[in-house]
Ligand binder design. Structure first.
Ligand code: AMP
Ligand code: MG
Length: 351
């Protein structure tokens, strides 16, 4: 299959609309289209068409028990796919939709088991990206879309990343440039008594508490090595991983730098191709291997935005081992560390 890449160009409204209409037609006919959202690129299919949803699992190599998020473009469309929507969820929607928040509800009959990984619940998000929203509307209102990467790889934050993983597997990629946030949405489960965060993201538990009061964290997330299974099936799989081994180094900044310099030199001496993930502030203190800045500690949003792209850059440069600083900052730091720990298979050196 030939994969066509259509670029959305600012100012070319008519041409852009035509490109989105072509993509929507593919979706309405049961095909797949990758498209930009504000979090990461999604791999979309008509969420109400079981055969279409199935194609997503094939293209990604995704385990069939890992459900998809259904993307909508307006509030009125929620009732058709979800039942028992609590007032708290509506309040969160008012605050954070469109935006990087996914909510889980009991599903309506109309949502096929192929879309929900066999679960009786459905995950729903209204993205805040003009291309995504126009596409959802033109395609009929409901697009099932996980991240548009091969299962297990870092999520794509640019159309080029999608092309690397999906070329020849899907008919079309809509290129809307680099995404704004760079990490997948926060997931909040409303299918049980007390709302629970199943995946951390840009919208933090504190931001949620400010709007609705109490929210729990999935214990399987908090104690990831405890053997408790996280409730979101996707959170149990190895994820976001570059080809190289990734090791996080945690401690006081000066000690971290010393340790990373020592470890990279040692790796290079033993014949390995080594990489370093530092920040704008720290990179000048590293001396060995391929050194990359992930962003600035003064604005941790930059770190979130560049994380997956940097992991993919190291893939391209055939690095064997990457040593990275760790980022347990508040706010989005929790989501960043959740992804980095997974990418590292929980390998952390404390110094
Ligand atoms: P992705 O879109 O690739 O970021 O993956 C979607 C995430 O949402 C995965 O971690 C899924 O396990 C999770 N998810 C989707 N639907 C549900 C659901 N009904 N219940 C629990 N988790 C869900
Ligand atoms: Mg994903």
């Amino acid at each position: 299959m030939e994969t066509i890449i259509e670029t959305i160009i600012e100012g070319q409204d008519i041409q852009n609309q035509q490109k989105i209409e072509t993509a929507a037609k593919i979706l309405r006919e049961g095909g797949l289209v990758a498209f930009p959202t504000e979090t990461v690129y999604g791999l979309g299919a008509d969420a109400l068409n079981p055969a279409a949803s199935k194609k997503i699992y094939e293209a990604k190599g995704r385990p069939s028990d890992n459900p998809l998020i259904v993307h909508i473009s307006c509030m009125e469309d929620l009732d058709k796919i979800a039942v028992r929507i609590p007032a708290q969820a509506k309040k969160l929607a008012e605050h954070f939709w469109p935006g990087p928040l996914t909510m889980i509800f009991e599903k309506q009959e109309i949502v096929p088991a192929e879309t929900t990984g066999g679960l009786s619940t459905v995950a729903v998000r209204m993205p805040d990206h003009p291309v995504a929203r126009d596409l959802i509307q033109a395609a009929g209102g409901y697009i099932a879309a996980p991240s548009a990467n091969t299962s297990g790889k870092p999520s794509p934050t640019r159309a080029e990343h999608v092309a690397l993983d999906m070329d020849g597997r899907i008919p079309m990629i809509l290129d809307g440039g680099a995404v704004g946030i760079g990490l997948e949405s926060t997931i909040v489960d409303f299918s049980e008594e007390t709302p629970m965060v199943l995946r951390p993201g840009y919208i933090t538990p504190d931001m949620i508490r400010e709007v609705i009061g109490e929210v729990w964290m999935d214990p399987g997330l908090v104690e990831e090595d405890s053997g408790i299974h996280p409730k979101a099936p996707g959170m149990k799989y190895k994820h976001y991983a570059p080809k190289a081994e990734l090791i996080l180094v945690n401690g006081a900044q000066e000690k971290v730098q010393q340790a990373i310099n020592y470890l990279t030199r040692e790796a290079i001496e033993s014949g390995k191709n080594a990489g370093v993930i530092g920040t704008d502030e720290s990179c000048c203190g590293y001396h060995y291997g391929i050194i990359k800045s992930i962003g600035t500690r003064n604005d941790e949003d930059t770190i979130a935005r560049h994380l997956y792209g940097i992991l993919r850059e190291f893939d391209r440069e055939n690095v064997d081992i990457i040593y990275s600083e760790s980022f347990s900052t508040p706010r989005i730091g929790q989501a960043i560390m959740n992804r980095m720990l997974k990418a590292a298979g929980h390998q952390v050196i404390e110094v």
